[in-house]
Design a binder for this molecule. Structure first.
Ligand SMILES: [Zn+2]
Ligand SMILES: [Zn+2]
Length: 134
């Protein structure tokens, strides 16, 4: 049988049952997934157990719906099934690549330790003006 990746078997089964054993990607990976001749956004049609030539059987991955904040293994394994999505390996990989690119493009995070706002004196602040007027 198919091996449940990323999360535990019970959780994986719950996610797959809800998804109908079909990849839930509706364009997150960047593909249209539309039916031939259609231009609207479709849903990826890869299903658990579907055989792809040269690649073998599809095993969907239970992936956090918020992969940026909940994408690590520990967090994903503790999420309820409704916060996970069934993704085929292709869509999963593409989404992961998109996230990796997006994270690289983010400006460096402010480090709380070095936030000096509370020590900064604004010369135009009301406090200063009051002091001057007294
Ligand atoms: Zn897919
Ligand atoms: Zn996709």
């Amino acid at each position: 049988m198919t091996r449940p990746p990323l999360v535990g078997a019970a959780l994986w089964n719950a996610v797959m049952k809800r998804a109908g054993d079909r990849c839930e990607c509706r364009g997150a990976c960047g593909k249209k997934h539309s039916a031939p001749g259609q231009r609207t956004q479709g849903r990826c049609d890869l299903e658990n157990g579907k055989h792809i030539s040269k690649r073998g059987e599809v095993v969907l991955i239970a992936m956090p719906r918020d992969p940026v904040n909940e994408g690590d293994f520990v967090t994903a394994a503790s999420l309820p099934a409704r916060r996970l999505a069934a993704m085929c390996p292709d869509c999963y990989d593409a989404v992961c690549r998109k996230i990796a690119r997006a994270i690289k493009q983010l400006p460096p995070q402010d480090d709380e330790l070095f936030a000096a706002d509370e020590f900064r004196v604004d010369p135009a602040s009301k406090k200063q003006a009051d002091v001057g007027a007294a």
